[in-house]
Design a protein around this ligand. Sequence first.
Ligand code: UD1
Ligand code: CA
Length: 466
Amino acid sequence: MPLTVIVLAAGQGKRMNSALPKVLQPLAGKPMLAHALDAARALEPARIHVVHGHGAEQVRAAFPDPDLEWCLQSQQLGTGHAVLQALPRVPDDHQVLILCGDVPLVSPRTLTRLVTGADRGVALLTAELADPRGYGRVVRDEHGEVVRVVEEKDASDDERRINEVNTGLLATSAAHLRRWLGRLTNDNAQGEYYLTDIVAFAVSEGVGVEGVLVDDADEVLGINDRAQLALAERTLQRRRAAALMAAGVTLADPERIDVRGELIVGRDVFIDVGAVFEGRVELGDGVRVGPYAVIRDSRLGPGCVVHPHCVMQDVVAGPNCEIGPFARLRPGVELAERVKVGNFVEMKKAVIGEGSKVNHLTYVGDATVGRRVNVGAGTITCNYDGANKHRTVIGDGAFIGSGVMLVAPVEVGPDATIGAGSTITKNAPAGQLTVARSRQTTVEGWQRPRKQPKGGEGGPPDTGGH
Ligand code: UD1
Ligand code: CA
């Protein structure tokens, strides 16, 4: 049977206490809803419908994905009512899998079990929780067959003692849903049309209901508030840390790494505490990442070392580069092999050749730097004239002394030497020393001014400032 997925995402999420719709709250670097959608896509369904309502425009704008169909539920009258918004567009011969935008950690494997379980009629994903509070409970008869789901607010004291809960995820056929959803009423404690009432309808018609118990209750964590959001984040990060270690990465502490995107690793990578990876990051064999690095959309070649407290984005580094501590590499930095970028160095749109060193307190922007170049401390490429950006080009083997201002557009020839403290506004020729600073003079016989003694004996002369 072809599969249609319906994702319920219309609720506001009042308990988040946020201006952002709940399903857009970020989880591991992307909106919560994206996780449920990714799990759905892994099943290769014919269609994915997203029922949205609260913050509709914002939610749609966050997902321009062409494979999604949007159903507006302008009033949130309950989960059954939500499914009903999408159902007219689902052909009768489709199997329907219903997911919740606020249950993001579910795995494709579990979803496959659920869809398979619906062969008999209805499959309900359930979980056994030590603390079932807040969830609907799964009521079974004396033979262990599921007979209905009761929401906590409608449950008797005995029913509240049941530990098996409804996860909110279920699968059944479109034809069944159409029949049952039409019969829903909102005659219950919350005045809502409950999707869960279809379970009792199925049982009364003799349609089999399979309770599919999830293996790992972490997968069905529902997120209603920020404490649950944080719990989901840690759960996900722990999974990622485990996968990284299995791939041959040493983590100084698997509890203190955050991967908010995709981290692709070689072997024998070492990652120290507090590292944050965003977007798509690739680390070659033997890369070492120091504590508190923030690395986004970058590729570091084998053997690179990132010292503590570096921040980088859109960086490509060749093998065996050394970066930091406290380096900030902004988008468009390309380092060839064995480049050294030292402490308090900022770079952007800079291409640095093999073996070059920019070791201290320097800004290199809009620049092409050759091989074996040494850039002294405190040097700045003055790339901006207040209106436009200009390039600085430094040839192979050049030596730039400390505290040099390179006023772009400007070129320093190969093997040129620039004297410390120079302000270079014209091209500096290859192989020669260029100095552009006022000459040092010493004034013969000059004396420091002295403070006039204040009338009377007075104390010792004042040697301080003003
Ligand atoms: C629901 C289940 C409950 C289950 C729990 C698991 C029902 C009646 N109850 O309760 O048995 O234990 O999930 O997390 O189904 N939504 C809409 N439109 C609506 C109402 C809800 O799109 O009109 C969406 C919400 O955005 C959310 C999902 O449906 O993504 C679940 O709704 P929520 O109100 O959180 O249901 P629970 O009370 O948690
Ligand atoms: Ca919920």
